[in-house]
Ligand binder design. Structure first.
Ligand code: GCW
Length: 677
């Protein structure tokens, strides 16, 4: 069966469709013509066959579903508030059932652009699939961020950095000639959740992608994605002028280097007139950058910004800059480097910041840069691929993690300065806004390895569209669209998904522990030291376990990374008794016998978290087994086998960590915690 491939676009049979739903598909009308409008027509056809097993028909005389740009709408018949429609912008849409008496009942969908209509179409079809009616006041939606991007960490040889579901879907060898159906399906899936940009290449970049041979291939993809409202972006390797330009330097203050980038940008835009711009990882983990020439991050970013500015391009300059040569706590390095540069970036630069200061851990406090650079647009970088959360085999629904960070109050402009407000630009009045998600997509038949990891791609898109969306709604929508509307399936599975990330935190890194995964590949436990040249790439750097206790002191008595947060948080998190326990060991070095809120000591609490995680993973296996017959066998079996892997590996995590840390605590396991085998 092909169900896994179809993602959340199943269009499965609707049990009791209303007459109106069927009728509107039998008599629909699309005003105007374009390749995007053709896609809309095809989509309605596909949905009609799936929902009702009926062919949909265009009816120009007496349409019941009218899809139209506002400029093409019969405004006599449908008098809409023009100001309201204008405020939808270039991507929003409006849907309403409109009853002008007699035979004039119609569902109308209006937008200012074809892309707005495409988004509206997906929204409407999803509503129907979920058995939801259009509310009387209509649906009025537009995205809250401007650029909603996937970042592919895909290499030109089709390996994927931290990608666990097969190889890269970009088949560079066959491009530009062969346009695989999967590219179209990819664009369609993204458009259906509002994603409007894709960065095709790894941030650990290869400059070859900027040569004509590859630009021709990139152009072929851009042409394919364009009718779906998706722009293409590339990563720019900072040393490209040397590698492919024959220059002797890549110094951003060198005139020849600047001119080279200007020419390169001009060339790129000849191939792809709506090219989105560049993403850059510089001066980090061995990547070249302005530091090589004694220059600043602004010098580097502004040079590229000037090159793409004449064509409307942007530069997403990553803040993930740290070095083992800097003796300071890794947590502090990006903040220390970027904060002083606030206000010095060009207008078309946005600084791309990971959700936390270390690296996509199962739980991190929000990155202190959010809110700290009021004069600079900042964007969020989430990781959808699960580098530190069990790769593609462990179920972890990430929306609660994304939501948790977006909701955190930074207090930078007083109470109510949530991270989400720095992302939608409202906190410091920025119009350049964006979100990036590191993709988990590969050549696996179901795109993402674990069927449930499709939900993370879906959730990311929904939160990029609206950073205030609730994880719970996203989970429910995804289940209904992907599997079934049967409440006996939806409710338990929703609960399972919503708890899954906390479950992973429990069996991997409870109470603020972080980066104790095995070295390099980051799969499985590795709190012990296994050699290697860099302290900041070993677990002991992060957990600091000794007989006295465990945890990284980031308060004033330690690295004082805490000093990078607002006073309110410094107070609350600086006190070992008032910090939320979920962040305890992130900021404090705590003695094993320290009493937590439940009256029990740290060691016992730690052990019980690990045990709880294991029990939850086992319970999920049972829950999923009991769903047998409620969905197709193939997906059921696939998920079941992965869940068994997860339950076994949760126990592996628990045993490894408790054996290792137990050497220091020298305390017995509390009652209820299974002894390691
Ligand atoms: O921590 C790291 C990952 C790298 C990744 C890097 C980054 C692309 O382990 O694989 O490199 O983050 O975000 O740049």
């Amino acid at each position: 069966s092909n169900d896994g491939y179809k993602l959340w676009l199943q269009y499965h049979t609707i049990e009791n469709p209303s007459d109106w739903q069927k009728e509107s598909f039998e008599h629909f009308k699309i005003n105007g013509s374009s390749s995007t409008l053709d896609i809309i027509g095809d989509e309605i056809q596909k949905a009609s066959l799936g929902f009702f097993q009926k062919v949909a028909n265009q009816d120009t005389n007496n349409p019941k579903l009218i899809i139209s740009k506002f400029s093409d709408l019969d405004q006599q018949k449908f008098p809409l508030d023009a100001n309201k429609i204008t405020s939808l912008g270039s991507e929003g849409f409006f849907i309403q059932d409109f009853d002008a008496g007699n035979q004039n009942k119609a569902t109308i969908m209006v937008a200012n652009t074809d892309i707005g209509l495409l988004y509206g179409t997906y929204h409407l079809l999803q509503k129907i699939q979920k058995n939801e009616a259009i509310p009387a006041e209509g649906i009025f939606q537009s995205p809250k961020t401007q650029h909603r991007l996937l970042n592919h960490w895909d290499n030109l040889d089709r390996t994927v950095e931290r990608g666990y579901s097969g190889f890269s879907i970009w088949n560079w060898h066959r491009l530009p000639r062969h346009i695989d159906q999967q590219y179209i399906d990819y664009a369609r899936a993204n458009a259906s959740i509002g994603i409007n940009g894709t960065v095709l290449t790894n941030v650990n970049a290869n400059s070859l992608v900027l040569t004509p041979e590859y630009l021709e291939k990139v152009k072929a993809l851009a042409d394919t994605f364009r009718p779906y409202g998706i722009k293409v972006y590339l990563t720019a390797r900072f040393s490209s002028p040397i590698e492919i330009g024959g220059k002797v330097t890549a110094d951003p203050l060198d005139q020849e280097v600047q001119d080279w980038w200007k020419e390169k940008a001009k060339e790129v835009y000849k191939y792809i007139p709506d090219f989105g711009g560049f993403v850059v990882k510089a001066d980090s983990e061995g990547q070249p950058g302005p530091h090589n020439y004694g220059r600043t991050q602004t010098d580097g970013a502004n040079m590229l910004a000037d090159a793409v500015a004449p064509f409307g391009g942007i530069v997403m300059w990553r803040a993930f800059v740290y070095s083992e040569k800097t003796p300071d706590d890794r947590h502090k390095q990006a903040f220390n480097e970027f904060k002083p540069l606030d206000g010095k970036f060009r207008k078309n630069v946005i600084v791309q910041v990971k959700n936390g200061a270390i690296d996509f851990q199962p739980r991190e406090p929000f990155h202190p840069l959010f809110g700290a650079m009021p004069k600079t647009p900042l964007m969020m970088e989430f990781q959808i691929t699960q580098e530190y959360l069990g790769h593609d085999t462990h179920l972890a629904f990430l929306a609660p993690m994304y939501e948790e960070v977006l909701k955190e109050d930074t207090y930078v402009s007083g109470k109510g300065s949530e991270v989400a407000k720095t992302i939608d630009g409202s906190l410091h009045s920025h119009t350049l806004t964006a979100m990036a998600g590191v993709a988990n997509i590969g050549t696996d038949r179901n795109w993402t390895g674990h069927h449930f990891h499709q939900a993370n791609w879906f959730a990311y898109g929904r939160l990029a569209w609206d950073p205030y969306e609730k994880a719970e709604n996203i989970a429910e929508d995804w289940i209904r669209l992907t599997f079934s509307n049967d409440d006996d399936f939806v409710n338990p599975i929703k609960e399972m998904m919503l708890n899954s990330r906390e479950m992973v935190v429990n069996y991997m890194t409870p109470l603020g522990l972080h980066h104790i995964m095995a070295r390099s590949h980051h799969y499985g436990p590795g709190p012990w030291v296994t050699g290697g040249s860099r302290a900041d790439w070993t677990s002991t750097y992060y957990h600091q376990a000794s007989e006295e206790g465990i945890g990284f002191d980031r308060t004033a008595t330690g690295s004082n990374a805490l000093g990078q947060y607002a006073m309110e948080l410094q107070k609350k998190w600086g006190d070992i008794n008032s910090i939320p326990e979920e962040h305890l060991l992130w900021f404090h070095h705590v003695s094993w016998d320290h009493q937590l809120k439940n009256g029990d000591n740290l060691w016992n609490n730690l052990a019980k978290h690990y045990q709880k995680g294991v029990e939850e993973a086992r319970k999920n296996v049972k829950t999923w087994e009991s769903m047998n017959g409620k969905i197709d066998d193939e997906r059921h079996q696939h998920v079941l086998s992965f869940m068994k892997i997860q339950a076994e590996e949760a126990a592996w995590w628990r045993d490894a960590c408790l054996l290792y840390f137990g050497q220091f605590s020298k305390m017995p396991l509390p009652e209820g915690v299974e002894p390691p085998k």
